[in-house]
Design a protein around this ligand. Sequence first.
Ligand code: SF4
Length: 211
Amino acid sequence: MGTTVDIPMFIFDEISKLYPQARCELNYRKDYELLIAIMLSAQTTDQAVNAVTERLFEQYHSVQEFAEAPLADLEHAIRRIGLFRNKTKNVKTMASIIVEQYQGKIPADQSALESLPGVGRKTANVYLAEFHHVPRIAVDTHVSRVSIRLGFAKQGDSPETIEKKLMKLYDESLWINLHHKLIFFGRYFCKAKKPNCKECPILQYCKMPVL
Ligand code: SF4
């Protein structure tokens, strides 16, 4: 009698072997710095965000300073990041709300976070998982693509649907780790254009290999 393979766990273990150190690659020291970095990271790379925030966080030392900064100065500091005008406006408004309504502390609450401008479900999930270690699976483009290729989700599923499907497949204790591993696997191995299928350790369970 053969033993049944727990396919989701096999996949988790193999991806973990490839990227044992997978983690958040955004640089930050304080709660508001992390939230701003995540807000800036939409549709751009973490490296591009880090290159900008290194100076930005030296220029502005508190959420109050972000709230009070002239918009044009903030835009200038953030200009190298895609969609910088919209992102800058959101960062400044978010900072004002945090100062006025939350005594300068970023709330550790999903709906309060999602009510902030420029903060959606994914951003709130990343923030809560990273800063407060709340079990969350933030679904970005990498997590979506890999989940679909592996048959965990289907084409057309919304990020929220994919998030729920992954939450059913994996124990809560693995969610934060899974999120990091899937991002690294998607970013560096199972890439959008040229996935490394020939060397993929989970090829046998992949529904969409490119060979
Ligand atoms: S076989 Fe290719 S497409 Fe499938 S998970 Fe591996 S790298 Fe990605």
